[in-house]
Structure formats: C-alpha cells, structure tokens
Design a protein around this ligand. Structure first.
Ligand code: IPE
Ligand code: IPE
Ligand code: MG
Length: 250
C-alpha cells in the first residue's frame, strides 16, 4: 500500500473539447474527480495525497481560462473546506502563493488553519507550483543559511536540500498517477519523485473512477521497488543468500 500518492490531474480541456464545450467546463467537471480521489484515499487508508492543480507554466494560458480556474479555486475553497474538516483531512498548498490574488490567498490560509490539527489524510494541493522553482527556492534557502553563518557549504548534502523542498515532512510519493494519456512529469515534484513508481492512464481527469485508481494500486503492488539494489537484496535484505546470489565468490 502506498503511503503517499501524487497525481497530475490532466485532460480537462480535452474532455470539454470532445463535447464541443469551453475548456472551463472541463475544469468544472474535474472538480468532481478531486472529491472522488480524496474519498478513495480515505477508504484505502492512504495517508498523503498530493494533487497538481495549477503549474507555474499554467499562468501562461489564455487570460479567460486562468480567470475561470481562479474562480473555480475560490468556489471550491469556500464549498469544500467544511467537508474536509469533517473528514479529518489536513489541507496544505505548495507553490508560489504570492502570485494569487489576496482574496484567494486568504482562503488558502484559512483552509490550512482550519484543518491544521488533522492527520487522517494529508492533502497537498500544488498550485502555482513548479518542481524547478521548488528546487531553486531550496537552493536560495541554503545560500541564505550559509550567508548568515548557520550552515557551512560542506554541510550541504541530500538531506539538507531535501529538508528545504516542499513536503519535506512527508515521505516522498510512492505512487505517481497521471491521467490524460501524456507520458511526462510536466515539472511536478522533480526532487521528490526520484524513486516514485510512475503510472499513466488515458482516462481523462473528469472521467476518473475508483476502478481506475484501483488498477493503479494493483499495478503498484505488483512492482518490485529496488532503489538501486538487486532483486535478491530486496527479497532478503542483509542475508548471505542475497550476497551469494549477486556476488558469487570465486
Ligand atoms: C489539467 O487539464 C488542468 C490544468 C492544467 C489546470 P488541462 O487543462 O491541461 O487539460 P488538457 O490537457 O488540455 O486536456
Ligand atoms: C500539468 O498539466 C499541470 C497540471 C495538471 C496542473 P499540463 O497540461 O499543464 O501539462 P503539459 O503542458 O501537457 O505538459
Ligand atoms: Mg493538460
């Protein structure tokens, strides 16, 4: 069972295009799938869910689409926070919050404050988020610590960087799911996905159902995560058998 699932919610525009409707209608339809995904995590006992809602690059979309998305975020925050609170979901936002309008930022802050004490599900919403920007911000934080004399350059290692990227307090995602059929990461959690199992489906985000998510889970369960080791080492860690099979002595 994965502890942390990360999802690129993609395909809203194509879902709408197939119905000859504006893209904004696709985004609205996608909101339903967000709730489905949260419920699915709660039912399966998955402790952390990170959803890619809006990338740093998505700011470059046509003004009316960005505007429609902002309205949708505002509405969703108003509507859903109470329900999330009731279901003991802790909501957090990662990404450049300063880029959002003050009213939206205020709702994000309020949603975080209201659900802060929960831990049944950590719901992380990546909004105005980019993986490169996340790593660059960590580099800046390291530089500031060095400049202030709190850190020596030789102390900068993977743990030091990892402590300064988004979601540092959670285990890295075990399973990555992307809907919409495109086989790429699109600047999502670049650092955090280093050893995540990747799973892709042609299903468009608004059409997501629990059966599709269960298929991802079944595929995940059948995979062997080796983290750079050999199959024998993973099967029997630390035993002589593992060593013998892989490095037969002369
Ligand atoms: C994902 O759906 C939602 C956002 C990026 C906000 P898209 O809008 O990218 O849908 P497609 O990929 O064009 O179908
Ligand atoms: C990734 O989808 C971002 C989100 C789902 C929020 P995009 O639709 O922006 O990704 P590309 O442009 O196809 O790579
Ligand atoms: Mg897309």
């Amino acid at each position: 069972m994965p502890k942390h699932v990360a999802v690129i919610m993609d395909g809203n525009g194509r879902w709408a295009a197939r119905r000859k409707r504006p893209r904004a209608i696709g985004h609205r339809a996608g909101a339903r799938a967000v709730n489905l995904c949260i419920d699915w995590c709660l039912e399966r006992g998955i402790g952390a869910l990170t959803l890619f809602a809006f990338s740093s690059e998505n700011w470059g979309r046509p003004e009316d689409e960005v505007g429609a998305l902002m309205k949708l975020f505002m509405g969703a925050l108003e509507r859903e926070v109470e329900e999330l609170d009731r279901r003991e979901v802790r909501v957090r936002f990662i990404g450049e919050r300063e880029r959002f309008a003050p009213a939206l930022r205020a709702r994000m802050d309020a949603a975080e404050a209201r659900t802060r004490r929960h831990g049944r599900l950590h719901l992380n919403v990546a909004a105005s988020y980019g993986g490169r920007q996340d790593i660059a911000a960590a580099a800046r934080a390291l530089a500031e610590d060095v400049a202030a004399g709190r850190l020596r350059p030789e102390e900068i290692d993977e743990a030091a960087v990892g402590a300064r990227v988004a979601l540092a307090d959670l285990p890295p995602p075990d399973l990555f799911i992307r809907t919409g059929g495109d086989l790429r990461i699109s600047n999502f959690l670049l650092w955090q996905l280093a050893y995540t199992e990747l799973w892709f489906t042609d299903t468009l985000w608004p059409e997501l159902d629990a059966a599709t998510l269960d298929r991802a889970l079944a595929d995940y369960a059948a995979r062997e995560r080796r983290f750079g080791l050999t199959s024998a080492q993973v099967a029997a860690p630390g035993t002589a058998a593992a060593t013998d099979t892989d490095n037969p002595s002369p």
